[in-house]
Design a protein around this ligand. Sequence first.
Ligand SMILES: *Cc1c(COP(=O)(O)O)cnc(C)c1O
Length: 371
Amino acid sequence: MQIKRNILLNPGPATTTDTVKMAQVVPDICPREKEFAGLMKGLRSDLLKVVHAPEDQYTAVLFCGSGTINIDICLNSLLPEGKKVLVVNNGAYNTRAVEVCQMYHLPHIDLKSSVYEQPDLALVEKTLQENDDIAMVYCCHHETGTGVLNPIREIGALAHKYGAIFVSDTTSSLGMIPLDVIKDNVDFCMASAQKGLMAMSGLSFIIGREDIIRASKNYPTRSYYTNLYLQYEYFEKTGEMHFTPPVQTIYATIQALKEYFAEGEEAKFARHHRVYEAIHRGIDKLGLETVIDPKIESGLVVSVKYPDDPNWNFEKVHDYCFEHGFTIYPGKISTSNTFRLCALGAIDEPDIEAFFEVFKKALDNFGISYD
Ligand SMILES: *Cc1c(COP(=O)(O)O)cnc(C)c1O
């Protein structure tokens, strides 16, 4: 079977290999069969390996849902009575965590800073010093809205120095930027299968400290479907998800993990970086500008300023590129007009070169000048 290959330059879901797509085509199976529980056991243990999490301290808990479910779960499940969350917030995805805190009426501090910069560590420390009721520090690793990479190792160290746990949203970095939960001081991280692992959407997972999950049994419960302890306990007892899992996505993720380990952590990181550099080269060549200092960029998302031309129309350029097999994505910075080009997925340098040929044609086609 020939499947059309689209190059997704949006920040996930990402371009997948045909072998991952085809892994979903399997005989029908009831997910309550032992065979299926066995597959999930292997999958959970492989997820720990991706972030170098020791099996005797960490566990991977799977959920059916998009990546945001993980943010919801960690915040609603891991805050003890009478304690506060500190959200180190420099962008749209950290703001999503603040919104979750608001929805659940969780006591929290929204430590907001410029979306163009990394957070100020001295300010994080000062906030921890002044609020001894902070039990959880939360920060996104790679702020997908801008492309800024946050210093989670340092933030995690500060959290631990002041007796708090550290939760990091690693949805757009896990499986792409090497992460070591012990060295990086991460108690809980998270992702969904369709991003760094290059599988399909519908499966999300949290990798975290088992002792803390066990302790959370006695924390206030704020949700039924998205309670971390409940799902963990069900996995412990039965090896299964509490409710219906995304069956086909699980098959795809198992195949994607095989391909992940075959490519290798360092080689995959290098490939994404090649793609990122090709994106910057293409942008430079056209005389367009980016908005984030490359020194603090993740190497996975590039925020590009709209060309300074009245003929520029994101929708039209998007549609032209889409018709030619390439997807570009709107920006997420309220203070500047940007679009995003991302280096996720099963793509490489030649795909980016082919993209810029199409993109340049789109600009010419609509009479948009660029240098
Ligand atoms: C993609 C992403 C999410 C999850 O988004 P969904 O649309 O719910 O899958 C969460 N955090 C970050 C940093 C992301 O990039």
